[in-house]
Design a protein around this ligand. Structure first.
Ligand SMILES: Cc1cc2nc3c(=O)[nH]c(=O)nc-3n(C[C@H](O)[C@H](O)[C@H](O)COP(=O)(O)O)c2cc1C
Length: 187
């Protein structure tokens, strides 16, 4: 019996609209982020950083997301704009994991990107182990320069994921998983 392994065997992502508060306290979130940052990191570059989006800031960023959508789709109706505005406003806290990968004399950029993915996975595992549910999403606005500017990302930085963290109202039934025989080669 191992609580973390038992959780990982059944863990499912829970969509943001099915996540509610209360979220982690400041102290608890700092602990989750400390754990999330404890990943393999070739060259010890820490090629990632966190954006904590909570409280009113979720809707402030949402205004930027909705404004970008409105600029691209002038015919968008009020319902759609409200959906865009509320993208980050369901879960009590959304953590943006920012990849700072770049050219390096010794460490391939690909490995730096993988390390940012590991940070996302660690945060998902840590939050679920602490009793929360999560969704690791990007969506269109993770690639939109106007939104990235509002979030303070440098041109060289990328969003590895927005990790929505909250209490699950309900957990979806499982989805099909790849059969081990299809993904394992023994050499
Ligand atoms: C980098 C990354 C970005 C993702 N972005 C989205 C997204 O924008 N929208 C979405 O529906 N799922 C996205 N997903 C998939 C979900 O995180 C999740 O894997 C999926 O809903 C299946 O849920 P599960 O974790 O229960 O298997 C993304 C996954 C990764 C790894």
């Amino acid at each position: 019996m191992n609580a973390t392994l038992d959780m990982l065997r059944i863990r499912r992502s829970v969509p943001p609209a099915r996540l509610e508060g209360p979220g982690p306290s400041r102290e608890e979130l700092d602990d989750l982020l400390t754990i999330a940052a404890r990943v393999p990191d070739h060259g010890k570059l820490a090629p990632w950083r966190f954006l904590v989006i909570e409280g009113e800031a979720r809707l402030t960023v949402g205004e930027t997301i909705a404004a970008a959508h409105a600029a691209d789709f002038p015919d968008a109706d009020a319902g759609r704009l409200d959906l865009e505005r509320r993208r980050l406003a369901y879960a009590p806290v959304v953590v943006g994991v920012v990849s700072r990968a770049g050219p390096h004399i010794k460490i391939p950029e690909w490995e730096q990107v993988l390390s940012a993915g590991a940070v996302c996975t660690n945060l998902v595992i840590a939050a679920n182990a602490a009793g929360y549910a999560t969704s690791w999403l990007t969506e269109w606005y993770a690639y939109d320069r106007r939104v990235l500017d509002a979030l303070g990302l440098e041109p060289s930085e990328k969003i590895a994921g927005f990790i929505h963290i909250g209490r699950p109202q309900e957990v979806p039934s499982d989805r099909p998983r790849p059969a081990l025989a299809d993904i394992v080669t023994r050499i």
